[in-house]
Design a protein around this ligand. Sequence first.
Ligand code: NFA
Length: 102
Amino acid sequence: STLDTQHDLVVEKASARAAPPPMYQVLLLNDDYTPMEFVVKVLQKFFNKNHEEATRIMLQVHHEGRGICGVYPRDLAATRIAQVGQYARARQHPLQCVMEPV
Ligand code: NFA
């Protein structure tokens, strides 16, 4: 009915919509001590990578010094970094995770 807005479609101009949130790359950094299989496990557990993709990213970090784990809004990027930090620290690994704006 004309009084029922529930089922009406609304089309907005792009300029009337909220801007997409700023996005941040989350990166892993290489070090000489963290075991390769631990890095693969981190990428599977916190960044939802399968074993093959996790291995590819781990080797990129190992060879190039850094690698992208994912791209997220700021709060989610910060949460992933904190989770990786706690997980690695608790197991005495020096693995470092950082974020930078895209
Ligand atoms: N460079 C580490 C090693 O040789 C492996 C590693 C890869 C560490 C990616 C951190 C990040 N054991």
